[in-house]
Every structure is written in structure tokens, then in C-alpha cells.
Design a protein. Structure first.
Length: 440
């Protein structure tokens, strides 16, 4: 009889939320969460293959578990996520001590595996878990949430964009939107359970509804969810710049509970590189949308993703990316070195960049942005700002932590019963990645 589970999550926010669903299935089946892998009867490695680094981390953890399994043959090891979907049966061949493999669109199969094991049924982990499930998006799975104030809600799965560096359309499949009714009831139930903030998740939320039978788009969905009382903040990730519309800008402006923060991945400042990435916009088109957004909501904060060292990226192209950061003045960026992903178009491109140059460009870009972010944070000193209090700070348990509508973290001294409340703080000190304030 298995009774304790542990999930090791690699990679992105999407995966973190998938792990909450995996935990939800275990909890519903009577399992308890172990306080670490050493005390678990079943360990799930929820993998990510977006970048080589996350993949390497997974393989090294899997190697470590071989010894654990040898010491405890009853230990069950499951591999979930994008690497599971990509490697399929190969994983069993290479690592015969794995017990179960399931992809991001087959999390519900875990339920069957758990039941089969409990009842000693003959389950066939190698052939059942990875069949593509075209109806996955119609299911509402149990979710064991990580917090009590903020919650993630998937509104769609997969992606149809095929950016040439990205594995997502191959691992998470083609784009499918959840029904607005299911999303509405999930958010309503979160509100009834005390959650105050939701983040709507999708690879490209701007194309929500395109694959649906309903006559609805992402902006309509925002208006619908905004009606749910007690949800005080609505965020969303990720927006694709090509599909980011004036209609959405109007919604962010009109709906007070939709946060004044936009994460809009630029990826590169050079039009040649953007074309080679198959991003579907030029820098000028991107910049025009940013200008419209700022003209409408001047205090909005904007963050982005950047890839350096994409195949063929010349010094001139890289300089275009630096120029774009100078021109747009982002509040923050997430920058990564390009890494070869199996099966993607970019692998076939000529002129791959050597590791040293990639690392040097990454260092330069992070340094360049650091000054901009710090200056922006510094400009908030002395301001009175509203935050939603999320709880005790992870880095300093003496302090509480909260977030502005613009997604900036504010730490302050205060009582834990402020958790879940909107309060005003005066910003006293700006740091690189957070602000320090005083509750007013
Ligand atoms: S939009 Fe591009 S980068 Fe984003 S998930 Fe889809 S293919 Fe990947």
C-alpha cells in the first residue's frame, strides 16, 4: 500500500501548476505529501524540456534515484511532463527502474495507475500513459494548491505557433481552449475558498477561444471572470505579441481587477532573428503595441523574455536586442541562452553560436537590464502603493510579503492576519528584485 508522495518539479509555471494537479490526484486517492523524497513511497519527477539545463537537472536527479530504488525496491518512480512525452518508451529502456511515465496531457492517467496498483490490477504503464488525449482540456482535475491567496488556472493547453526554437507544440500538442463555463466555475470555487488572485495560464492566452465551439475570445473571458466577486486580482501569462490587441488594452484599462502588468515576450530585437524564430512580428510592430499600451495605462509595468545566441545572431543583431531594451525600458526581463531542442526547426539552421559567445551575451544583457530595473524600482521610493498581502516572506520570516498590481514584490513588517488583504504601503527602499515598505 503506497501512502506518501513527493513531486520534484522542473521548469516553468505551467509545470508548477501541473504538479498541483498531480498532487490533487494523489491527495484525492488518500496519499499524503511526504516532507522530502527520502520519506516518500512514490516520487514523481515532473520534467521540462524547454531548455537544456532543466533537462540535465532531471537526468541527474533520475540517476540519483537509481540508488534510492536499489536500497528500497518498493519505491515507485514516475516521470511526468514534456520529457516523458518526448522520450516515451525510450525512458523505460534507458532507465528500467522507472515504474510509470505520463505526459502533460495525460495527468488523469495517474488516477488509473494509482487505482490499479492499489488493487493489484495488471496495469500497462508503457502503452497507456502516453496516448494523446484530445479531450484533456475538457477535464477539470482535482488541484492541491500551493498557497491560499494566489491560484493558477489553466485556460488552454498546447500551442499552434511553432516558434523554431520551441518544443511546446510537439510535447504539449496543438492548441485547445477550455470551456469558459468550466473556467468560470473553477474561479468561482477558488473565490469561495478564500483565494483573492488568479493567474490565467496558457502558452498564448491571446488566442483563447479560437479552437473553441463557443463564440468567445480572451477579452470576453476577462470580462466574464471579472464579475466574480471576491476575486480582487486577475493576471495572465503568456501573451503572444502578434495577437496582443487594442481590445485587450481596453479591457486591462476598463477592468479594475485586471492587473496593470503585461508579460510580452520579445525574444530578440533584430527583425532577421525574429523572422528566423518564426515569431510573426517585427520589432516596430511590437513597439507600436507597447506604445499604445503605455498611452492608455501610463503606470503599467512590462516584462519580457529574451533569447541570446539564436543561430545566426550576429553582433549587430545582438546590439539590436540591447537597443530594444534601452528603448522599451522594461521593468524586468527573463533572459536565456538559446539551447538546441530536439525536433525543432532551429536545429537545422546554419551558424550556431558557440557557448562562450552565448554566455558573454547573456552576461551583457542581464547587466544592461539590471540598471534599468533598479532605476525603475528606485523611482517608487516615497510612493504610497496598494499591495495584496501573500503571507510571510520566504527569505525573512520576520517580514510579510505582498505584490503590487504591477507585479513588484514588497516586503514589510506586519501582522500575519493581513494575509489575503489589500493594504497600502509606503515604499521606503528599492532593491534589485524587490521593494521594502511600511504598512500605512
Ligand atoms: S508561442 Fe512559440 S515559444 Fe510560446 S509556446 Fe508556442 S511555440 Fe513555444
Amino acid at each position: 500500500m503506497l501512502n506518501k508522495f513527493h513531486i520534484h518539479t522542473f521548469g516553468c509555471q505551467m509545470n508548477v501548476h501541473d504538479s498541483e494537479k498531480i498532487a490533487g490526484i494523489f491527495s484525492q486517492s488518500g496519499f499524503q505529501e511526504a516532507d522530502g523524497s527520502n520519506n516518500a513511497d512514490v516520487i514523481v519527477l515532473n520534467t521540462c524540456s524547454i531548455r537544456e539545463k532543466a533537462e540535465q537537472k532531471f537526468y541527474s536527479e533520475l540517476g540519483r534515484l537509481k540508488k534510492a530504488k536499489k536500497n528500497n525496491p518498493d519505491l515507485k518512480i514516475a516521470v511526468a511532463g514534456c520529457i516523458a512525452q518526448q522520450e516515451k518508451e525510450t525512458l523505460f529502456k534507458r532507465f528500467p527502474y522507472i515504474d510509470f511515465v505520463f505526459g502533460p496531457d495525460n495527468i488523469d492517467n495517474l488516477q488509473r495507475w494509482v487505482t490499479d496498483r492499489e488493487q493489484d490490477n495488471n496495469c500497462d504503464p508503457q502503452t497507456t500513459a502516453l496516448k494523446t488525449n484530445p479531450y484533456y482540456h475538457t477535464k477539470t482535475l482535482p488541484v492541491k494548491r500551493g498557497g491560499q491567496v494566489r491560484a493558477w488556472v489553466s485556460i488552454m493547453y498546447g500551442c499552434d505557433n511553432f516558434c523554431t526554437y520551441c518544443v511546446v507544440p510537439y510535447t504539449r500538442g496543438r492548441e485547445r481552449s477550455r470551456s469558459s463555463k468550466d473556467i468560470f466555475f473553477e474561479v468561482k470555487s477558488l473565490a469561495e475558498n478564500g483565494f483573492k488572485e488568479i493567474t490565467l495560464l496558457g502558452q498564448n492566452v491571446n488566442s483563447y477561444g479560437i479552437t473553441s465551439h463557443e463564440n468567445i475570445d480572451f477579452t470576453d473571458l476577462l470580462y466574464k471572470l471579472h464579475e466574480i466577486e471576491l476575486i480582487q486580482r486577475i493576471r495572465f501569462v503568456t501573451s503572444h505579441p502578434r495577437d496582443f490587441s487594442e481590445k485587450l488594452i481596453r479591457a486591462i484599462k476598463d477592468l479594475p481587477n485586471v492587473c496593470d502588468h503585461l508579460h510580452l515576450p520579445l525574444q530578440a530585437g533584430s527583425d532577421d532573428i525574429l523572422k528566423s524564430m518564426n515569431r510573426g512580428y517585427t520589432f516596430e510592430e511590437y513597439k507600436r503595441k507597447i506604445d499604445l499600451l503605455r498611452a492608455s495605462i501610463p503606470h503599467v509595468s512590462i516584462t519580457t523574455d529574451i533569447i541570446v545566441g539564436f543561430p545566426g545572431e550576429t553582433e549587430e543583431d545582438f546590439q539590436c536586442t540591447l537597443n530594444s531594451l534601452a528603448e522599451i525600458q522594461y521593468d524586468g526581463i527573463f533572459a536565456f541562452k538559446y539551447s538546441k531542442r530536439p525536433g525543432t526547426g532551429a536545429i537545422e539552421l546554419p551558424d550556431h553560436i558557440d557557448e562562450r559567445t552565448k554566455s558573454e551575451r547573456l552576461r551583457k544583457i542581464l547587466k544592461f537590464q539590471e540598471d534599468i530595473t533598479y532605476r525603475k524600482n528606485k523611482s517608487l521610493e516615497g510612493h504610497l502603493i496598494e499591495i495584496l498581502v501573500e503571507g510571510t516572506s520566504e527569505n525573512d520570516t520576520e517580514k510579510m510579503t505582498g505584490r503590487t498590481t504591477t507585479n513588484k514584490i514588497v516586503n514589510f513588517y506586519g501582522d500575519s492576519n493581513l494575509t489575503g488583504k489589500l493594504i497600502k504601503v509606503k515604499i521606503l527602499d528599492a532593491k534589485q528584485h524587490s521593494l521594502y515598505g511600511e504598512a500605512v
